[in-house]
Design a binder for this molecule. Structure first.
Ligand code: CP
Length: 361
């Protein structure tokens, strides 16, 4: 069964499929209005959210499905000490798909291991946020038309910013991607992410210390807030929170065809004067989040249905554990200790499941 825990759980081709499906949803919403009728999305949010939870909710409603869940873990049995593993086992009985946000890194991965239904990571600690990345990608696709040969400036909290980590992983798979990293030294991209970039073979990132240096270089400027909730020391947060502020003067240094993205919420890092600049795409980005989550829910449920059909098809092959042996000595069953499975073709002939050789005439 397919889950979405990390952006690289999807191949580049599957990302294309999701982008195209989201664009089709935008163009033909009525065709999708009942596509999840009778299905339920469980939103399990152990951490606050506005955009992600509401866009998942809105997405499922626009697909004709229903939503249940919690937005505050204190109102669930988690407050009594229930584990993630037990919670998803239980929720698997009530819903068809789960979107989980958790303050612990890796919690959605644990959920996927115990769930009987697809699990979507809606953000885990400072680690990963793959559906924000799908949102970012759809915005880049709609605004710029392509993913190749783009220079992406990433500014702010690159240490704890899970949206940054996921976007880097996703964009690093496209030809000619370059990253310009703009952060205080205390909030630089973690070493494991830099090593991943270096391993990928593209000499793709430079670190600069001012936004002014980065502005003329970038096709996409990805602003992020300093993640107050991840700081152990409140004074350290106060010292770093306003390190980089994008304003109209800095926008004047940028290319006319660049775009500014921000996963939001913003605090101080973009002045409201930038909002009216046509290159400020962050509120258009929010709406794309709903469309791409519609595409994702639709697709994960479709994949699950297809897998169940395939399984049913496979099980219909199993006549019995003592199915007759395949007489073909070139068949894998002649050398490997696999179960002997047979099926009847449309003419009623019994055939080997693996090589299609007739078992009886
Ligand atoms: N971008 C994002 O994840 O926003 P929320 O925290 O409001 O869901």
């Amino acid at each position: 069964m397919r889950h979405l825990i990390d952006p690289t759980d999807l191949t580049v081709e599957e990302i294309d499929l999701l982008m195209n499906r989201a664009l089709d949803i935008i163009a033909h919403p009525a065709q999708y209005a009942e596509s999840c009728h009778g299905k339920k999305l469980a939103t399990l949010f152990y951490e606050p959210s506005t955009r992600t939870r509401l866009s998942f909710t809105s997405a499922m409603m626009e697909l004709g499905g229903q939503v249940l869940g919690f937005s505050d873990a204190r109102s669930s049995s988690v407050s009594k000490g229930e584990t993630v593993a037990d919670t998803v086992r239980v929720v698997s009985c009530f819903a068809d798909i789960i979107a989980m946000r958790h303050y612990k890194e890796g919690a959605p991965r644990v959920a996927a291991a115990y769930s009987r239904i697809p699990v979507i990571n809606a953000g885990d600690g400072g680690h990963s946020h793959p559906t924000q990345t799908l949102t970012d990608l759809l915005t880049i696709r709609r605004e710029l038309g392509h993913f190749d040969h783009l220079t992406i400036g990433l500014c702010g909290d690159l240490k704890y910013g899970r949206t940054v980590h996921s976007l880097i992983k996703a964009m690093n798979r496209y030809a000619g991607t370059r990253f310009v990293l703009i952060s205080p030294k205390e909030l630089r991209l973690p070493d494991y992410m830099k090593q991943e970039l270096e391993r990928s073979g593209q000499p793709v990132f430079t670190e600069v210390s001012t936004l002014e240096e980065a502005m003329p270089l970038v096709d996409v400027l990805y602003m992020t807030r300093v993640q107050q909730e991840r700081f152990a020391d409140p004074q350290e947060y106060e010292r770093l929170k306003d390190s980089f502020i994008l304003d109209e003067d800095k926008m004047a240094l940028a290319r006319p065809d660049m775009i500014v993205l921000h996963p939001l919420p913003r605090v101080n890092e973009i002045t409201i004067g930038v909002d009216d600049d046509p290159r400020a795409a962050y509120f258009r980005q929010v709406e794309n989040g709903k469309f791409v989550r519609m595409a994702l829910i639709h697709t994960l449920l479709q994949w699950k249905r297809e897998e169940a059909e395939q399984q049913q098809h496979f099980e219909s092959f199993v006549l019995a554990d003592d199915s007759p042996r395949c007489p073909n000595d070139r068949c894998i069953t002649a050398t490997e200790p696999v179960r002997h499975l047979a099926y009847r073709d449309k003419d009623g002939i019994l055939r080997c499941h693996y090589c299609d050789h007739a078992i009886e005439q």
